[in-house]
Design a binder for this molecule. Structure first.
Ligand code: URA
Length: 187
């Protein structure tokens, strides 16, 4: 059964399904257009996201915002969320059981937004969303279609901040995203 946004916010707000609830300040559900054509999925909230209760508001968020603008869109036009809704301590990767506990919330978000294109930011987002082992350096920019939705693995913005040489490849991926949205709106 399809859940409502109100139910989803309520369930996530009260969630104690895994240990991450013990250390969170705020849950970070997601934000943006609830009917966006383009959705971004990251890994999990960092320190600033945990403090504000909003996704991608730290340094990697600033870069993500600029990349969205570079393909002619605004943050408010897309939907942004993460695999896990609570911050893993010290920004470690989510453990498989934590991601598994949170996965139904992500499924609910995808079902409600019904995006045409989903951008998976980094290996962790790919691993849990596609249920597939992805190597970003090898597999970035390659479309995967699942039930009529187009998924694009690309670099996590924090990887681009660590290694700016990767930005050129990331920009190629973003141009493919822009072109796919155009193609789908013309179809
Ligand atoms: N990194 C993520 O994966 N998600 C955020 O929301 C912020 C940083």
């Amino acid at each position: 059964m399809k859940v409502s946004w109100a139910q989803l916010y309520n369930d996530i707000g009260e969630c104690e399904k895994c240990r991450l609830c013990e250390t969170r300040t705020n849950v970070v559900v997601g934000e943006g257009d609830p009917h966006a054509r383009l959705m971004f999925i990251g890994e999990g909230p960092g320190q600033e996201e945990d403090r504000q209760g909003r996704p991608f508001v730290g340094r990697s968020g600033e870069l993500l915002t600029r990349m969205i603008q570079a393909i002619g869109m605004e943050r408010t036009e897309v939907y942004i969320c993460n695999v896990v809704k609570c911050r893993p301590p010290k920004n470690r990767n989510p453990e498989p059981d934590e991601a598994a506990a949170c996965l139904n919330y992500l499924r609910g978000q995808v079902a409600l937004v019904r995006p045409k294109v989903v951008v998976l930011l980094g290996k962790v987002a790919c691993q849990y969303t596609l249920n597939e082992q992805v190597f970003i350096t090898r597999d970035h920019g390659v479309w995967r279609e699942r039930k009529g939705v187009w998924f694009m693995p690309t670099f996590h913005p924090s990887a681009l901040l660590r290694d700016p040489a990767k930005k050129r490849d990331a920009w190629e991926d973003f141009k493919k995203i822009r072109d796919k949205l155009k193609e789908l709106s013309e179809a």
